[in-house]
Write a protein that binds this ligand. Structure first.
Ligand code: ADP
Length: 123
């Protein structure tokens, strides 16, 4: 898998890449390889085309709500970005747990794709 490095000054103790809920969020850096980046995205900026065709396991969602509220999200959800629009096809339980906890954003592993990639996911 391709990786990227963000160079941060030594005297900076905390660092985060985030996206605001107004305007369209865009990764600050993708490195030379165009590999995935970790972004904190507003829930309402992530389209979920398969939402109505899948039902989440209620127990899993509740367990995740407990865990996320205690220790935070440990593994980001996978998100596809096509022409500046974000699509989520997995991570359904983590997404719902965030919704139900009233959290405004969710940590995402964002990779860029083409319309063809998107069509493949929708098939
Ligand atoms: P999802 O539909 O979100 O993938 P699953 O129940 O299939 O839900 O998997 C839950 C995932 O959430 C696992 O990959 C687990 O590692 C991850 N995860 C991230 N943060 C947490 C957390 N705080 N507590 C429990 N699992 C977590």
């Amino acid at each position: 898998m391709a990786s990227f490095i963000i160079q941060v000054p030594n005297n900076l103790r905390t660092f985060s890449v985030s996206a605001s809920s107004n305007g369209s969020p865009s990764p600050m850096s993708r490195g030379n390889q165009g590999g995935p980046v970790i972004l904190e995205l507003p829930l309402d900026k992530i389209r979920r085309p398969l939402l109505r065709t899948r039902t989440n396991d209620e127990n899993k969602v509740k367990e995740l709500m407990d865990s996320i509220s205690q220790i935070g999200l440990q593994v980001p959800i996978d998100v596809l970005e096509v022409d500046g629009v974000y699509y989520g096809f997995s991570g359904c339980h983590r997404y719902e747990a965030h919704q139900r906890l009233g959290l405004p954003t969710i940590r995402c592993k964002v990779r860029r794709g083409t319309k063809e990639t998107l069509r493949h996911h929708l098939r």
